[in-house]
Design a protein around this ligand. Structure first.
Ligand code: SAM
Length: 312
């Protein structure tokens, strides 16, 4: 096989393999294929009778990963669509395990022309799928001040979100060309003048908030985890890695609803639903985090949290 260039270091790899409980002839889905770091390790554990469904909304990831997986033993099925489509792409009750390694890959962050990074001065883009019509520029120009402030609060726990949104709108009104990272940095410095040292972290959170809106990330997670309840076989495993508190909260809260026997509204004095709605049980009470060794070798793993559930 030809030598492939670096794409992404898979995080918590041995833990994912352990908790997916891989059956050699089983059917698995990697919902966040990226550079196929996790997928190629899963494929190694499968026989030709096994199947691996690979989802990624980024065409570049699908192209790279299909080269990496071209000699894989099991059947590989590529789904170049958002993982929110899991329920329409996969038959009910057919999966033995599903993996999510949320967020973006090193390749996406490091390709400056993709406009994910605030380290260079490139027009903000932030689309995972470059075929999508609207990018960060459109979002910034078309979103109202109120909705923008709400996105900064909800997606990145940013304080002074209204002031930030207002100042961004003023900057946008004065600038007809594409917005670059430096423009956002200037606004951040004017909103948080006494926090100069923290500006890189604040910029990361502003970018995160915009990226989550452009790609509708929380809706995608919620929709796809609900579809897992339908697509997994009883006993099938769900393994999710998240990288920041908003993402992790969305995973935890979505699963908490799917862990409930009773789905009656709280105001009902007695249960009227039959109390048999439980879809998942927790396999780990607390999330796993990377070891110090893994963090030292791959600093991008430092905020990872891995949660594991089993379909009942
Ligand atoms: C952290 S990377 C995955 C890296 C991969 N596990 C590896 O080892 O190379 C996340 C990937 O998921 C994709 N992704 C994120 N959200 C998605 C969604 N809603 N639908 C499909 N793909 C998504 C991104 O495009 C990116 O390639």
């Amino acid at each position: 096989m030809q030598e492939l260039e670096f794409y992404h270091n898979p995080v918590l790899l041995s833990e994912c393999l352990e908790y997916l409980n891989i059956l050699p002839e089983g059917v698995y889905a990697d919902c966040t294929l990226g550079g196929a770091g996790h997928s190629s390790a899963i494929a190694e554990k499968l026989l030709p009778e096994g199947t691996l469904h690979c989802f990624d909304r980024d065409p570049e990831a699908i192209a790279f990963a299909s080269r990496r997986l071209e000699n894989a033993k099991p059947k590989i099925v590529f789904h170049p669509v958002p993982f929110g489509e899991l329920g329409s792409e996969i038959e009910t009750g057919t999966l033995d395990g599903v993996l999510y390694d949320l967020g973006i890959s090193s390749r996406q962050v490091d390709s400056s022309e993709r406009g994910f990074t605030f380290a260079g001065n490139f027009p903000l883009d932030l689309r995972m799928d470059t075929r999508e019509e609207k990018n960060a520029q459109d979002w910034l120009r078309e979103t109202s001040v109120e909705s923008m402030a709400e996105a900064f609060r909800k997606n990145a726990d940013l304080d002074r979100s209204m002031k930030l949104a207002n100042r961004l709108k003023i900057m946008l009104a004065e600038k007809s060309e594409a917005v670059i990272a430096e423009d956002i940095r200037g606004v951040a410095l004017s909103v948080y003048p006494e926090r100069r040292q923290e500006i890189p972290g604040i910029l990361a959170r502003i970018f995160q908030a915009i990226r989550m809106e452009v790609n509708q990330e929380l809706n995608e997670i919620e929709k796809s985890l609900n579809a897992c309840a339908k697509c997994l076989k009883p006993g099938g495993r769900l393994v999710v890695i998240s990288y920041h508190s908003v993402e992790d909260r969305c995973v935890k809260n979505t699963l908490a609803l799917l862990e409930r026997d009773c789905i009656c509204p709280e105001r009902l004095p007695i249960c009227a639903c039959g109390s048999n709605h439980r879809q998942f049980k927790k396999v780990l009470r607390k999330p796993l985090v990377p070891s110090q060794k893994e963090i030292a070798e791959n600093s991008r793993s430092r905020s990872a949290k891995l949660r594991v559930y089993e379909k009942v």
